[in-house]
Ligand binder design. Structure first.
Ligand SMILES: Nc1ncnc2c1ncn2[C@@H]1O[C@H](COP(=O)(O)OP(=O)(O)OP(=O)(O)O)[C@@H](O)[C@H]1O
Ligand SMILES: O=P(O)(O)OC[C@H]1O[C@](O)(CO)[C@@H](O)[C@@H]1O
Ligand SMILES: [Mg+2]
Length: 541
């Protein structure tokens, strides 16, 4: 099937029925001002799991058959057309009748092109500078021969290959805003992450290239829209020039305060029409709500996300900015734990790294260091006591190697401390976790005291040191591309979207597709198995 027919040009007003013959991908809402908003129906992508089928009882087989039937039915609803519709980035022209204008962006100069380009010296040399509206990136590139293949993500029973095309990010020849009328705002929400200042800087520089002069920073996340004591921060090329040399966020961050109506009131009052939102899953849920509310109120505003999560827990992306830096910074803590453990008599070093529900930082940091004996992540349950428990393995390591290094993600082993967390949440509604690092330290000490063996246990918690530092070179490049692409996406009229890297190519994705759930480490993935191969740890089940 031709790509163009899978995924029609996004710069044009698209008729949902014309693009999907299976079912209408949108529901229309009637609005007082007679505008219609098209919303995606959410669809679940089924992942095939490896399930051994020998030795099952009749009951289990019957249950499996009915599960298979359900899976079959679910599979049959997914087609390449479905993917094309789900991944079509919402566009301002889905709601408003706006005619495009020639872009003022020129990659070959930091000065905006005059409209029509008649007087510019680059006027005859614009070939290959713009993304074609129908350019697409293939999201998945592996053809799994069987659902039993390691890490297989199959979308049907036979693991057939489905083309999942997504929009390519980058500057378009046609834009939907007059740069002189753009009133842009940037907001950074959630926790800190290395690279936030790099992204802010690149957004401002790129807006400047288009010719936008009216740019502001919203202080302290979503709260900055409505808390009376917070004031907007004017942004310009000069102001952001060196902000990437420091960690943190020039604008500040916050959790909580997701009052969509108040935020949109503030957007209206300030006349903002291009909003860049930097944050994780929660922030993107907020951005989607703002996008919907703006359109419901008939406000011509584009809302563009840039995924920020040190935990790397956003779906469909190769990685998010800050993650690489976090893994690198974590090496220092692991090395410290290793040196302490090897220098002590029966030394045990415990390092806790961030990762509320996803163990990517711990897994990658453990694999990279080669010094970790036990890596514990939220996705893989473990026991402490008993012959198969982790404490027995630490005892074995002290007996055989004289030391042990444990790297634990903060969200791991929460079931072992259920009584501690008490269901409390932070202002954004995220669960407040029990401190697994402290718990493990106590338990290791208790175990060796009980068996009368001296053990020297050192606990290192570098979490905020890792998060507050400036980005490394590799993350900075990612930040630069994402920041620039966010602006290109805004000018191209995309809204309710986010930018990312997929298969090493830069893409524009509809927000619902990336936040339907948190991205987790797959315990059946090759990467987790590689980590286990490196640590040599047994299964603590
Ligand atoms: N479902 C939601 N709808 C609207 N807004 C939300 C939602 N969840 C969270 N928010 C808001 O988004 C902002 C950031 O959320 P949160 O603190 O969960 O961080 P995050 O974006 O997930 O990033 P991090 O990776 O640091 O956790 C907060 O202001 C929060 O109130
Ligand atoms: O102390 P804060 O700001 O809530 O941040 C801690 C959280 O931030 C995260 O790194 C996500 O940004 C989680 O891994 C961690 O639980
Ligand atoms: Mg979050």
């Amino acid at each position: 099937m031709a790509v163009a027919s899978l995924f029609p040009s996004s710069g044009l007003r698209v008729d949902g029925n014309a693009t999907n013959t299976l079912s209408s991908p949108f529901v229309s809402l009637s609005l007082p001002n007679s505008l219609s908003i098209r919303r995606r129906k959410s669809r679940t992508i089924a992942l095939a799991l490896n399930q051994p089928d020998s030795g099952r009882s009749d009951h289990v087989v019957r249950k499996a058959v009915s599960t298979e039937r359900r899976e079959e039915e679910r599979y049959s609803t997914i087609s390449e057309e479905d993917y094309a519709e789900n991944f079509r980035p919402p566009h301002i022209t889905d709601v408003f009748d706006i005619s495009p204008r020639p872009s003022t962006f020129c990659a070959k100069t930091s000065l905006p092109l005059p409209e029509g380009r008649t007087t510019n010296r680059f006027s005859n040399d614009l070939g290959k500078m713009f993304i074609h509206e129908d350019d697409r990136v293939l999201l998945k590139t592996i053809k799994y021969a069987s659902p039993a293949s390691a890490g297989a993500e199959c979308v049907d029973r036979d693991c057939n290959f489905h083309h999942q095309w997504v929009a390519r990010a980058g500057p378009r020849q046609k834009i939907y805003f007059d740069p002189e009328e753009v009133n842009a705002a940037i907001v950074t929400c959630g926790g800190l992450c290395p690279g936030l200042n790099d992204v802010i800087r690149q957004i401002v520089l790129t807006l400047d290239c288009y010719g936008v002069e009216n740019i502001r920073g919203i202080p302290n996340g979503y709260r900055g829209f409505f808390e009376e004591n917070l004031h907007d921060i004017p942004l310009s090329r000069e102001i952001v020039q060196n902000i990437h040399l420091e960690g943190g966020s020039l604008l500040g961050v916050s959790r909580g305060g997701s009052k969509t109506a108040d935020i949109v009131d503030s957007i209206k009052r300030k006349g903002i029409n291009m909003l860049f939102v930097l944050g994780g899953n929660g922030t993107h849920a907020g951005a989607l709500a703002i996008h919907n509310e703006c359109h419901k109120r008939g406000m011509k505003v584009v809302v563009v996300g840039v995924p920020k999560t040190i935990d790397n827990d956003i779906l469909l992306m190769d990685r998010t900015f800050g993650f690489d830096t976090a893994v690198e910074e974590a090496q220092k803590a692991i090395m410290t734990a290793y040196i302490e453990a090897t220098s002590a008599y029966n030394g045990v070093g415990i390092v806790k790294l961030m990762g509320r529900q996803s163990g990517f930082i711990a897994m990658h940091a453990s694999l990279a260091s080669g010094q970790v004996d036990v890596c514990l992540i939220p996705e893989v349950k473990f026991t402490l006591d008993g012959p198969e428990g982790m404490l027995q393995h630490i005892q074995y390591l002290l007996e055989t190697k004289g030391r042990a290094v444990i790297c634990v993600a903060e969200g791991a082993g929460q079931d072992l401390m259920a009584s501690l967390s008490n269901g409390a949440t932070d202002p954004s509604g995220n669960p407040i976790l029990g401190d697994i690092g402290v718990h493990l330290t106590k338990e290791v000490k208790r175990h060796f005291k009980d068996i009368g063996v001296p053990a020297d246990v050192k606990y290192i918690d570098p979490t905020y040191m890792i998060r507050a530092c400036r980005a490394n070179a590799s993350d900075r490049i990612l930040c630069a591309v994402l920041g620039q692409n966010a602006v290109h996406a805004g000018f191209a009229g995309f809204t309710g979207i986010t930018v990312g890297i997929a298969n090493n190519h830069y893409v524009v994705l509809p927000i619902p597709e990336v936040i339907s759930h948190a991205r987790n480490v797959d315990p059946n993935s090759r990467m987790w198995h590689r980590c286990l191969t490196s640590t040599g740890q047994p299964d603590f089940a």
